[in-house]
Design a protein. Structure first.
Length: 270
């Protein structure tokens, strides 16, 4: 059991109580269920705006709140990032084409707790290079989660992700990172997806945060477009991302955003 309840570490990271895990599971489960339910609505000719409207409706039907609507002026219930968009893609009227890959990122608030998760989808037929990118990105997230246990460090998480991705001749985005969450959307720490073993704050039971690696087929550099939200790869290479919200337990990690239908990994769409 977690004996260090309700405090902040010297790095400003909140240590949550045992009872807080239930709230995070409830919020995470709703976010994951919504991503399950939109899966069949990702197809050639669909718009990202229509997908976002479905997400907003599902959040409202559940009696929850969207964390992103109104956040720094953002007006949508999701970020939908297509092909070379790395993150924070704004839903709109553009039609999905055959072979497009997209990340859908949803954060909901349930009873004051934030559930944050994203995963990849494909419209039409998945190309081999995109499939490989998605596979490596998904596996890098799981490698990062495997590194989570008390006594390890945040550098160990980043190193696990970076070393796996770079061994497959792909690159990890440096410009965006995971974050602490709980009863707030963003809190310390910044969870980098690259790093050196043994560096950064030590992991402690009761920490809640996201791990959300963004992986590019090309170089890691990004740029933000004139809308001040949409981040793209500078070299126009494809990018993929997966995100889970997790809590540190006495022995490892508890994932709050597991797919109820087992649809987190997109191979079922191929």
């Amino acid at each position: 059991m977690n004996t260090h309840k309700g405090r902040l570490t010297r790095d400003g990271i909140r240590i949550h109580e045992d009872s807080d895990f239930a709230g995070m599971h409830k919020a995470g489960a709703l976010a994951a269920r919504i991503l399950d339910e939109i899966a069949d609505h990702v197809f050639v000719g669909q718009t990202t705006g229509a997908i976002d409207k479905m997400i907003e409706d599902k959040v409202n039907e559940a009696g929850a709140k969207s964390a992103t609507i109104g956040y720094k002026g953002y007006r949508h219930a999701s970020c939908i990032s297509v092909n070379h968009v790395v993150c924070h893609g704004i839903p709109g009227d553009k039609l999905l084409k055959d072979g497009d890959i997209l990340n859908v990122d949803v954060t909901v608030i349930v009873d004051g707790w934030f559930g944050d998760t994203s995963r990849m989808y494909v419209a039409g037929k998945l190309s081999r290079k995109a499939e490989r990118l998605i596979e490596i990105t998904h596996e890098s997230l799981m490698k990062g989660i495997e590194a989570v246990k008390p006594g390890n460090t945040f550098g160990d998480i980043g190193h696990a992700i970076q070393s796996y991705v770079e061994a497959h001749r792909m690159s990890v985005v440096r410009d965006f990172c995971g974050h602490g969450l709980g009863r707030v959307f963003h809190a310390p720490p910044n969870v980098l997806h690259y790093g050196r073993p043994g560096t950064g704050p030590a992991l402690e039971e009761g920490m809640f945060f996201t791990i959300e690696p963004m992986v590019n087929l090309g170089r890691p550099e990004t740029k933000v477009l004139a809308d001040d939200w949409t981040a793209v790869t500078r070299d126009k290479s494809l990018s993929a991302q997966f995100e889970h919200s997790i809590g540190v337990t006495g022995t490892g990690a508890e994932i709050f955003t597991l797919s109820p239908a087992g649809r987190f990994h997109p191979t079922w769409t191929a």
